[in-house]
Design a binder for this molecule. Structure first.
Ligand code: ATP
Length: 239
């Protein structure tokens, strides 16, 4: 397996104050890795740091052997084949679905059919403006943009946010399919732990900026007490 992403002893945060401390994390090609933890644990900060939008205080983030610059160089990291679907989905509301897809790639032709293959519903929405789509359709478009960008490393932040369970339960397996079919590594931030671990190979749980636990998806699911305790920020796991 190729090591796509390697994070070592990472301290990252804002204005020199670390909100994520001493993080070690890896993502391999073709693997789905869940990054879990309660609100404010540091999940989004970790993703933005990997994307080159954060301030690395110490430690390192290496993507396919290349170190992510310490201070904001998101455009450079994107060119390495890193695609980040942010919490707000990152679609342009004034543009049509087709235009949003066409803009997803910095160079080369976009294969729009590929997005439709994953999300047939997008096929009949090509001329609709992004802002007029439902939440579920917007998330399909956000993932469709990621698919046509053909990333080597895909990061998806809170895919289920604001969506009905029936919608996100259908969308979640798509990240598994992307990893399986394209050999991309996927780092998935998600509040719905069980759902994320259903599609993930491995997971990491952050609690107040520290790594509380990590392991294979089945190990994490089997250690329910520890998993729940990490979420509650319980200091002593004997409680
Ligand atoms: P959520 O699910 O609520 O987004 P999260 O695990 O993604 O949680 P982060 O958004 O990474 O957590 O936030 C981690 C910590 O960093 C929080 O204490 C938050 O208040 C702080 N933080 C986030 N963004 C900034 C910012 N731009 N400036 C200063 N502090 C920030």
């Amino acid at each position: 397996m190729t090591n796509l992403l390697e994070i070592e002893k990472l301290h990252t945060g804002y204005d020199g104050v670390a909100v994520v401390r001493d993080l070690d994390l890896t993502v391999n090609a073709g693997e789905v890795v869940a990054l879990l933890g309660p609100n404010g644990a540091g999940k989004t900060t970790t993703l933005t740091t990997i994307s080159g939008m954060g301030d690395i205080i110490s430690g390192s983030v290496t993507i396919m052997g290349r170190p992510v610059p310490r201070l904001r160089h998101a455009h450079r990291v994107a060119r390495w084949g890193v695609t980040h679907v942010p919490e707000n989905r990152g679609i342009l509301f004034q543009l049509t679905v087709r235009e949003n897809l066409e803009m997803a790639k910095t160079k080369g032709k976009v294969d729009i059919d590929r997005a439709v293959e994953y999300f047939p519903a997008l096929g009949s929405l090509m001329h609709r403006r992004g802002g007029l789509l439902s939440g579920g359709e917007q998330q399909m478009l956000a993932l469709g943009r990621a698919i046509v960008a053909e990333p080597k490393l895909l990061m998806v932040d809170e895919m289920s946010l604001g969506l009905a369970p029936v919608i996100y339960e259908e969308l979640m397996p798509v990240v598994r399919r992307i990893a399986d079919e394209t050999n991309a590594g996927v780092l998935l931030v998600e509040q719905h732990v069980d759902l994320a671990l259903e599609v993930a190979d491995r997971g990491y749980v952050l609690s107040h900026g520290d790594l509380a636990m990590h392991g294979t998806a089945s190990e994490l699911l089997a250690d329910r007490h520890l998993l729940d305790a990490s979420y509650l920020g319980v200091e002593s796991l004997d409680d």
